[in-house]
Unconditional design. Structure first.
Length: 365
């Protein structure tokens, strides 16, 4: 099992550790609910150094990324970011990712791809299988650390440590500069929580100092270290997909509500003809959000039925929402049953529990 550069730090803080995507990761420190609410109301700090970082550059870099990603890479300017996915050739998803347009090098386009830890090896092989001669790809995952400072007080916490004017970084943009005396930190206005904040990329050897400085400066705002448990409940409230649960090799981005990152007008790319047909003919299922008033929490794979007992779909994610105080989640249902406000039943331990389809995001911030 691999470790991040901060594993000993998490253990020292008393974190509950568990294996995730081959890494020994903190699930929670104090409690998932407390960490969740700290992010929603103040600020929380996540170690997400298990994520993968691939650098792609060269004369054919843009052409390669246009072929293998769903979004329109040509729309990116230096300093901007796209959420995207790697479609496979059968209409499914190899992985979802972020694409950073870095500064050109000697007139050559340069990109950073941030991929899911559990898909790192698969993604690397996938990219290599489409690589052109004039493309250079470098895997910097093992040398790169990543912290996510999230919440409404993230900007106040971070601003005390940098001369970068954070208020001038729009959502899904980034700047590179000095933070806590550490040079060449990528400060990215992104996150997986819906509460605002920044993701900070630095070298492994610098991340412990960065973590300590952020925790120190965030004290006045009640900063808490936050684990993957809170990361999951936060993303679920926002309706953000988790690879392996809500999206995978069998799910279309259109089914998953990711039509906005699937740019069919940019020209041909992997599975674009399949997506064109789905758009023209209509989808058979769509991803929905749901909420229960019961205390039982649905889990991945649980059946979704109508009030009459017809099976119409499956749960992909479920949790007890710390913000709302009742269970919520995501799932796929037939397109004829996706209207918000519709009543459905979810089968939990051979018993049916009433649920309501809700519009995404599940909570409005």
């Amino acid at each position: 099992m691999k470790e991040t550069p901060l594993t000993s730090k998490h253990i020292g803080l008393g974190a509950k550790m568990a294996e995730f995507a081959g890494y020994n990761m903190p699930i929670s420190y104090k409690s998932i609910i407390d960490e969740h609410l700290a992010v929603r109301q103040g600020v929380g700090l996540f170690d997400v150094s298990h994520m993968g970082e691939f650098w792609v550059s060269g004369k054919d870099a843009e052409a390669l990324l246009q072929k293998i990603t769903s979004n329109d890479v040509s729309a990116l300017q230096s300093g901007s970011i796209q959420y995207s996915c790697f479609p496979n050739t059968n209409g499914g998803i190899v992985d979802d990712l972020l694409v950073y347009r870095m500064e050109d090098k000697d007139g050559v386009k340069n990109y950073l791809l941030v991929v899911n830890a559990g898909n790192m090896a698969k993604d690397w092989e996938w990219i290599q299988s489409f690589k052109n001669v004039d493309v250079y790809i470098e895997n910097q995952s093992d040398a790169t650390a990543l912290l996510a400072l999230q919440g409404p007080k993230a900007i106040d916490t971070l601003q005390k440590l940098t001369n970068i004017n954070l208020s001038e970084i729009p959502y899904y943009h980034f700047k590179i500069g000095t933070v806590a005396g550490i040079n060449e930190v990528i400060v990215s206005a992104t996150g997986y929580t819906g509460s605002g904040g920044f993701e900070l990329y630095c070298k492994n050897e610098d991340v412990e100092l960065l973590w300590d400085k952020l925790m120190e400066e965030g004290k006045e705002y009640g900063i808490m270290p936050a684990g993957l448990g809170a990361r999951d409940t936060l993303r679920m409230e926002m309706g953000f997909c988790l690879y392996g649960n809500d999206i995978d090799e069998t799910t279309s981005p259109l089914e998953a509500g990711l039509g906005w990152i699937t740019k069919l007008k940019k020209g041909k790319f992997n599975s674009s003809e399949i997506f064109e047909a789905q758009k023209a003919e209509g989808l058979s299922r769509k991803l929905i959000g749901y909420e229960l008033k019961d205390r039982r929490v649905p889990r991945h794979g649980y059946r979704i039925l109508t009030a009459d007992g017809e099976e119409i779909g499956v749960v992909t994610s479920g949790t007890m929402s710390p913000s709302l105080g009742y269970p919520i989640g995501l799932g796929y249902v037939k397109t004829t049953h996706t209207k918000p406000g519709s009543q459905i039943n979810i089968e939990i331990n051979n018993k049916l529990f009433e649920a309501t389809i809700v519009k995404l995001p599940i909570i409005q911030l």
